[in-house]
Write a protein that binds this ligand. Structure first.
Ligand code: MF3
Ligand code: CO
Length: 263
């Protein structure tokens, strides 16, 4: 059952989603060669508490950290560790909080210093495919119109869409119905209507879409070890069309990155 949100609930979800966006844009600035991935996790957790929220992922199905940090061929659910990022890596940061009873969830993929043209293109396509999907999130369309638009954008670029993980409804739970695959034929699934709130999250690979889970039981990598990228926002369908809730439009005293977290 899909839980549609009132305007008031969407305002509340804007709060939690803004906290996520703000912390992600701060994390983007911290990504440098030499930083340990666990330092990013500690920072995210500290800022979450400072801003009056709670991390959404810690303890979720036993996940051990507040932030997911996935490097290069890691797609999602990378566990922060003493691994140091190095020049040329790309790193996906996936983060969620709960604030006032509502969840927010977003992800970005960030280059570490100078990266290859392929890596840059992959990051850009993860992001643009999100926007192509979001554009289909309008009243009267069907759910799989979003999925098909994401897939078309990714495959047009010669990349592939990860099948094993999907976007999701979000609200008083981190994962609500419906699931939002990043692939499929258009014209299927429930009709979209006002009050729907989705975490739309393309996960894409430079190579093939098959995945493998590492021995830690969490980290998902591309089976062919090709580079992967992830981009996610929490989006509400309103009377004015789709609105991204996970944007940071509060003053922070920290320079705006202008990057995808604030797009
Ligand atoms: N953004 C991911 C998702 O929507 C995060 C879940 S990670 C977990 O599924 F650790 F909480 F499982
Ligand atoms: Co999500």
């Amino acid at each position: 059952m899909i839980i549609y949100k009132s305007e008031k609930e969407i305002e509340l979800m804007k709060k939690s989603s803004q906290i996520v966006a703000r912390i992600l844009s701060e994390l983007r600035e911290l990504v440098k060669p030499g930083i340990e991935t666990r330092e990013l996790d500690f920072y995210a957790e500290k800022r979450t508490i400072e801003l009056g929220a709670r991390p959404a992922f810690k303890g979720y199905n036993g996940y051990p950290a507040s932030l997911c940090v996935s490097v290069n061929e890691e797609i999602v659910h990378g566990i922060p560790s003493d691994r140091k990022l190095k020049e040329g890596d790309i790193v996906s940061l996936d983060f969620g909080v709960i604030y006032d009873g509502y969840y927010g969830d977003a992800a970005i993929t960030v280059p570490v210093g100078q990266v290859s043209d392929l890596a840059r293109k992959l990051i850009a396509v993860a992001e643009s495919s999100f926007y192509r999907g979001m554009e289909q999130m309008k009243e009267g369309n069907r759910l799989s119109d979003i999925s098909a638009a994401v897939q078309a954008e990714v495959e047009r670029a010669g990349f592939s869409v990860i099948r094993a993980f999907v976007g999701h409804g979000i609200g008083q739970k981190l994962h609500e119905e419906p699931q939002v695959p990043n692939f499929g034929l258009p014209g299927h699934g429930p009709k979209l209507r006002r009050g729907l709130v989705l975490a739309i999250e393309p996960m894409i690979a430079a190579g093939k879409w098959e995945v493998e889970i590492l021995d830690d039981g969490w980290t998902a990598v591309t089976k062919d070890r090709s580079l992967a990228a992830h981009f996610e926002h929490t989006v509400a369908l309103t009377g004015e069309g789709p609105v991204i809730l996970s944007v940071d439009n509060q003053p922070t005293g920290i320079p705006e990155s202008g990057g995808p977290a604030n797009a």
